[in-house]
Design a binder for this molecule. Structure first.
Ligand SMILES: Nc1ncnc2c1ncn2[C@@H]1O[C@H](COP(=O)(O)OP(=O)(O)OP(=O)(O)O)[C@@H](O)[C@H]1O
Ligand SMILES: [Mg+2]
Length: 155
């Protein structure tokens, strides 16, 4: 599924609509270059989960945790270089199973990337419109692909 997003607001609104179908244990991987809009997407997703706190980029703390309809864990792996470091940094947490995990720079996980996941690839930068490309793997597909279509994405 693909969505052309002309603005940060459009990305946020789309992400917030996807969040309405989130269930415990979901993993959303946010792919894209620096400044693509991964954190913008995460903020919108949080809004859709009813998170009231401000969602900031977790670049320095590596993981932000927010209370919403489900707990939301927002992880930024930019500073790490391997799955080993992700484990050593304590970023894989049993509590994740009860909530939704959003991961920026998921390529750092390599082979440790969860099999069941929603991939969101964001292309474009600066003041260009963004293309959001969604691929769902495993049990997340049934919920997120229809939700994406309802929110304006095309096949
Ligand atoms: N259509 C759009 N969707 C999302 N963001 C957009 C869009 N158009 C412009 N932007 C701008 O692009 C920037 C995206 O920043 P953001 O912090 O979300 O990027 P990021 O992918 O998280 O980068 P990083 O890898 O550094 O964490 C914001 O300043 C946002 O306002
Ligand atoms: Mg970011």
């Amino acid at each position: 599924m693909e969505l052309l997003s002309p603005s940060p607001e459009a990305t946020r609104t789309f992400a917030s609509r996807l969040a309405t179908v989130a269930e415990p244990g979901d993993v959303v991987c946010l792919w894209g270059e620096l400044g693509a809009g991964k954190t913008v997407f995460a903020k919108g997703f949080g809004a859709g989960l009813g998170v009231e706190a401000t969602i900031n980029s977790p670049s320095f703390v590596l993981m932000g945790e927010y209370a919403g309809r489900l707990p939301m864990f927002h992880i930024d792996l930019y500073r790490l270089s391997s799955a080993r470091e992700v484990v050593d940094a304590g970023l894989l947490d049993d509590r994740h199973a009860a909530g939704v995990v959003l991961i920026e720079w998921p390529d750092r996980l390599g082979d440790a990337l969860p099999l069941d996941r929603l991939d969101v690839h964001i292309d474009g930068g600066a003041d260009e419109p963004r293309t959001l490309r969604l691929t769902a793997h495993g049990r997340m597909a049934d919920r997120y692909l229809p939700a994406a279509e309802a929110a304006g994405a095309r096949r």
